[in-house]
Design a binder for this molecule. Structure first.
Ligand code: GLN
Length: 493
């Protein structure tokens, strides 16, 4: 059956799971699959700009090795699957820019654990994807390498900061991609590009070699075409890493094993604070439809309250900039990355390097963060924000006493036009109003497609209790087994 299907369908139309089966059965080789994606990238990505670096030689070498392993029956779990890495993950000897001029010449001396884990399971690396500078943004317009376009409509943004990863998977230029989420950067672009994106529990995926933005919030994850594909990739990425002191020493469950389990009796809570917001009618109605689907699947729906959730955005915009101002102090022109020309003295070297190397959103955050941490203001801003963060996290602890999962829209609206929000940071920050709470509480969240309005996709979000990725993926997969929003993909020319 699969052989028939793969003959009729083009290789990029197959899901990651189907590609894996096709490779196992010998319907096509990894070299063919990889070359197919490389051709698509060279034909279609000039316009989309989803890649910063394409690595065709490396990819074809890896594909050849993978084909050999299939021939000798030594195939690895993800052998021969072509993926892309967000350019925030260090890749040995390959440009790793984090979307910034500051690192536009930086070849990492080592690979991140995420990259290593996936490589040791046999993936093929097509290249590194575009992103908002240092992962700060919601539209992929802050990248030094230019904006990324949304494959559904090129006048619109793909979301951010993992906009390149989302655009390339949605345009079927890679089977799936790695991404990171500090306040919504996996789930928001997933929603805006019609994909499934999972941000696991804080600590599930190692941050070693993942360029730091806000260390207590940053978490690696996946952008893929379905919950099933996400589960396959996440399993390979996850696991305890002694090189990351915040990595959780927990066994990684088999994320795919439980996908087909019925969800009858699962309790899903709807936070009233989210549903009281003024949402466009089409966001409201597609979310309600998703809720109906869950009722049909046997889930029990109830209203819950997260009384402090409105603090999330202001709290995030103290804590994230504070941590970013500390993390980004390492870019001083001395150690690595960009250095200004002909510095007069050390002071001039620091100042001009940072003035010239960082874009304006990054500078805004460094200034806010430095201010919030300065003597005299630390107590008033940073310490207070930490206390409020605890209140938000406690609301979730309370909520999970009575429900298994929490459902809401992923974003307040569909995608917006390029340029529409770039002059108004607050408008841009509001993109993450539904996603940030999970980062503050360190909880896993998933977004998947649940509708379409005027040709642009809409996403629904589920947040689970700590370490409950299996449950999230199960609930998303069950939704996808009775709906086909996730199967709709843009036709890119
Ligand atoms: N949009 C949010 C910000 O700009 C979140 C970014 C992220 O998750 N990396 O901070």
């Amino acid at each position: 059956l699969l052989k028939e299907k793969t003959k009729k369908m083009k290789l990029h139309e197959l899901s990651l799971k189907e590609q894996l089966n096709g490779l196992k059965e010998g319907s096509f080789s990894s070299t063919e699959l990889t070359q197919h994606y490389l051709d698509r990238i060279s034909n279609l990505d000039k316009d989309l700009n989803s890649f910063i670096t394409v690595t065709p030689d490396l990819a074809l070498d890896q594909a050849k090795e993978s084909d050999k392993r299939y021939k000798s029956n030594k195939a690895l779990p993800l052998d021969g699957i072509p993926i892309a890495h967000k350019d925030i993950f260090c890749t040995e000897d390959i440009l790793t820019t984090c979307g910034s001029k500051m690192l536009s010449n930086f070849k990492a001396p080592y690979s991140s654990t995420v990259v290593e884990n996936l490589s040791s399971d046999g993936v093929v690396v097509l290249g590194k994807t575009n992103m908002d500078e240092f992962a700060m943004g919601s539209s992929n317009e802050t990248s030094f390498f230019g904006p990324v376009k949304n494959p559904w409509n090129k006048e619109y943004v793909p979301g951010g900061s993992s906009g390149g990863s989302a655009a390339c998977v949605s345009a079927q230029l890679a089977s799936a991609a790695t991404a990171t989420d500090t306040g919504g950067s996996i789930r928001q672009p997933a929603a805006l590009c019609g994909l499934t994106g999972i941000k696991p529990t804080y600590g599930r995926v190692s941050r070693y070699g993942m360029i730091a933005f806000a260390s207590s919030l940053d978490q690696g994850g996946v952008l893929a075409r379905s919950a099933e594909d996400s589960a396959i990739l996440l399993e390979s990425m996850s696991g305890h890493d002694p090189k990351d002191s915040t990595s959780l020493n927990e066994d990684v469950p088999n994320f795919t094993e439980n996908l087909d389990a019925p969800i009858k009796g699962m309790k899903i809570g709807l936070p009233k604070e989210f549903f009281e917001r003024d949402l466009p009618q089409y966001v409201e109605s597609s979310t309600r439809e998703a809720i109906e689907t869950y009722k049909d699947l046997g889930a029990e729906i109830c209203e819950i309250s997260l009384p402090n959730v409105d603090l999330s955005l202001p709290v995030y915009y103290i804590i994230a900039p504070a941590e970013c101002s500390a993390n980004l102090s390492r870019y001083d022109g001395v150690r690595y990355g960009y250095r200004c020309e002909d510095p007069k003295d050390i002071e001039d070297l620091y100042m001009r390097t940072r003035e010239e190397g960082f874009g304006s959103e990054v500078k805004r955050r460094v200034l806010i963060g430095t201010y919030a941490l300065s003597a005299g203001y630390y107590d008033a801003y940073y310490l207070k924000a930490q206390k409020c963060r605890r209140l938000v996290a406690n609301d979730f602890v309370e909520a999970f006493n009575s429900v298994d999962l929490i459902l809401s829209p992923t974003t307040p609206d569909t995608s917006f036009k390029a340029g529409e929000k770039s002059d108004d940071p607050i408008e841009m920050y509001l993109q993450d109003i539904f996603t940030i709470p999970a980062n503050l509480a360190g909880l896993p969240g998933i977004s998947f497609p649940c509708g379409n309005h005027e040709g642009l996709p809409l996403g629904v979000q589920l947040v689970g209790n700590s370490l409950k990725e299996t449950q999230l993926l199960n609930a998303a997969h069950q939704f996808q087994s009775v709906t086909d929003w996730h199967k709709k993909l843009p036709e890119v020319k």
